[in-house]
Design a protein around this ligand. Structure first.
Ligand SMILES: [Zn+2]
Length: 183
């Protein structure tokens, strides 16, 4: 499976796996402010209800503009092989290595919230599996384009046009975000 030369963008992946196409350009479009408001209101019910996917992992890169790119997730650093746990219950809609740069990726579609886990050393769930928050889904690694072992963690919520739009995962972990801001 690792030799398969299939390279697709995340947008294409999400459409192929039965989810709405996500447009990364919406992050920078003139309507970004209103789009963001919609996303956060839809995401509000998940605030404080997700599990941190790598219990002893620390944040090594935050969501947002990073050099010339927009980093659509949060990087969580931990040793290679550390268990990665589902942050939110749902159905596995992707478990493969066909997304450029992200190595082995797991995507879980829950009730209105998609969580995405990249650079895994090994995925241990398959498409169609139902997982609960706290179930181990992968081992942390550095597959794809990564400078060291870490989890690339994304949270995506359908916006008003039905797209899976990335929102800052820290929004869902207010206590952790507060600790970061107080440092
Ligand atoms: Zn990342």
């Amino acid at each position: 499976m690792f030799a398969r030369p299939l390279i697709v963008s995340l947008a294409l992946l999400l459409s192929l796996s039965g989810c709405s196409v996500f447009s990364s350009s919406s992050q920078r479009s003139p309507s970004a402010v209103s789009t963001k408001t919609v996303k956060l209101s839809l995401a509000r019910k998940y605030i404080g209800h997700l599990l941190w996917p790598v219990p002893h992992g620390s944040i090594s890169s935050q969501f947002g503009q990073r050099w010339s790119n927009f980093h659509e997730g949060l990087d969580i650093r931990a040793p290679e092989g550390t268990p990665i746990y589902a942050a939110h219950a749902g159905k596995v809609v992707y478990s493969d290595d066909g997304i450029r740069g992200y190595g082995n990726v797991v995507a879980i579609q829950g009730d209105g919230l998609m969580t995405v886990y990249g650079h895994n050393r090994r995925n241990i769930v398959e498409v169609g599996d139902q997982v609960q928050a706290g179930d181990q889904i992968a081992e942390l690694g550095q597959t794809g384009k990564a400078t060291g072992p870490h989890l690339h963690f994304e949270t995506r919520v359908k916006d008003s046009s039905g797209r899976n739009a990335a929102v800052d995962p820290l929004v869902f972990f207010p206590a952790r975000a507060a600790r970061l801001n107080s440092n």
